[in-house]
Design a protein around this ligand. Structure first.
Ligand SMILES: *Cc1c(COP(=O)(O)O)cnc(C)c1O
Length: 466
């Protein structure tokens, strides 16, 4: 396993000349000490996650400001980036809508209080039942392909309130992370525009369906350059113009431009910013901001990633083959992508002592390992950090999106608790977002209700039951 050792990812929360890094480490240290004092972290709570609520408000405000000149815009939050009901409720209160891609995410969005008209359903595998439910509720929906449009033809009620769109794949290419690139030639998402006849089939699909009023493109996520995303949206915009010209009226009234603004995981800087993004969009598609089309956005990672961290206790500090290894309680169960794809998803690690003070002292290359029983459960390899000891705390920065909110049940490790905090003015206040999973809950999710059922399953036993 290699972690780009030439990239300066190492993060020591000691006094440094980097003002921003110091601010972040100080703020996190303050929250860490508060959580230790209040028993939210300790020997029996060896891992927990924290969300910066001041930071989330600021991120949403910067998104809204970047698009402020667009007359009609609905910013939806991609629920998969932080599938936590209190977070979705907070975002609803800040004026956002919600992008969902499964019955589970739809349920969370509705529990959080989003009005159906502010929910957008995207998924490449919607069942007929899911489509019918969304259309009955008036939830906006983006069909992934032309067969899905055929289903909608038969399922759409006469008085349907849903805005219905079609997702296209502008096939402009991929970014640095293949798994995050949705506009490659062979992507599984949307209708491929550059395939032979693809563009014409899309135009005809709109000609035949006067109720089809939106085009959707989500070009990619982490690793995609802004210019690539902007080019995909420009292609989608040109298609909308072509369709409207063909039908001779403005049938397409809105464009859903997806999310995908990448996040800088190497230091405290927010870059690119939402302003950088709208600048790139303006350059590639000047007409996009003129108000002819209402806009929908679907950002996830860029709103939440830098507003969250995981804190985990160092249970043992050991050595093997001359390598120092800190065995902590944060591994693949809560930093799944980083552990499984360390080259693509490196995280900054902070070192704090048992009282939550930034660890000082000589640094040494150390592996930061997790609790999972496979050798690759390492969140940072050979990282230069102050030497860690049992009882210290490590912090995984920038994990507010797609990390603790999307845990992996490996080794039946519990989902860690999530707390929201505000720390403006120095005083820390905390509120629960999600409780840590209990052993009873783990057993229930692991089929405990059916404990004896396999014993009775024999060729001569009772007939199939559920
Ligand atoms: C995942 C996803 C998003 C959010 O992507 P981010 O990179 O988190 O902004 C938006 N739209 C669709 C369709 C997605 O699949």
């Amino acid at each position: 396993m290699t972690l780009n050792s030439d990239v300066p990812l190492d993060f020591c929360p000691q006094p440094t000349t980097d003002g921003a890094a110091l601010r972040s480490a100080e703020r996190v240290g303050t929250v860490l000490r508060h959580a230790l004092d209040h028993g939210l972290l300790g020997t029996s709570q060896p891992v927990a996650a924290f969300l910066d609520i001041d930071g989330i408000r600021a991120s949403v405000a910067s998104l809204q400001a970047a698009f402020a000149t667009v007359p009609e815009v609905l910013h939806t939050f991609a629920a998969k980036a932080a599938s936590l009901v209190p977070v979705l409720r907070l975002l609803a209160g800040l004026g956002m809508g919600c992008e969902v891609a499964s019955p589970g995410e739809l349920r969370l969005a509705r529990d959080a209080g989003f009005a159906p008209s502010r929910i957008v359903l995207d998924s490449p595998a919607k069942t007929r039942e899911e489509i019918a439910e969304a259309l009955a509720l008036g939830i906006a929906l983006n069909a992934d392909n032309l067969d899905e449009l055929d289903r909608i033809d038969t399922l759409r009620p006469a008085d349907c309130a849903s805005v219905i769109g079609l997702r296209v794949n502008p096939q402009v290419g991929g970014g640095t992370i293949g798994a995050m690139s949705t506009a490659t030639a062979t992507s599984k998402f949307g209708v491929a525009l550059r395939d032979a006849g693809g563009r014409d089939r899309v135009v005809q699909a709109f000609v035949r369906r006067p109720w089809l009023t939106r085009l959707h493109a989500h070009v990619g996520s982490q690793g995609c350059p802004l210019e690539l995303i902007a080019e995909g949206i420009a292609e989608t915009y040109r298609l909308a113009e072509e369709i409207n010209a063909t039908v001779g009226r403005q049938q397409i009234t809105s464009l859903d431009i997806g999310g995908g603004l990448p996040v800088n995981f190497t230091d405290d800087d927010v870059r690119p910013t939402f302003d950088d993004y709208t600048r790139a969009l303006r350059a590639a598609v000047p007409g996009l901001f003129e108000g002819r089309y209402a806009l929908v956005t679907e950002f996830g990672r860029s709103l939440l990633a830098k507003n969250g961290f995981i804190a985990a206790r160092v249970e043992y500090a050991k050595q093997s083959g001359g390598r120092r290894i800190a065995v902590t309680h944060a591994g693949a169960q809560t930093a799944t992508r980083t552990v499984l794809m360390p080259g693509s998803w490196p995280l900054r690690v902070g070192a704090f002592d048992a009282e939550g003070r930034p660890r000082t002292g000589p640094t040494e290359a150390q592996d930061i390992a997790g609790p999972c029983c496979f050798a690759g459960d390492i969140v940072a390899e050979g990282r230069d950090l102050p030497v860690l000891a049992e009882g210290d705390w490590v912090v995984l920065y920038d994990t507010g999106a797609y990390y603790f909110s999307t845990p992996w049940a490996y080794n039946s490790l519990p989902r860690p608790a999530v707390h929201g905090y505000t720390a403006d003015g120095g005083a820390v206040r905390l509120a629960p977002v999600r409780d840590a999973q209990t052993l009873d809950e783990i057993a229930a999710e692991s089929g405990a209700r059916h404990t004896d059922r396999l014993l009775a399953l024999t060729p001569s036993g009772p007939a199939t039951t559920r």
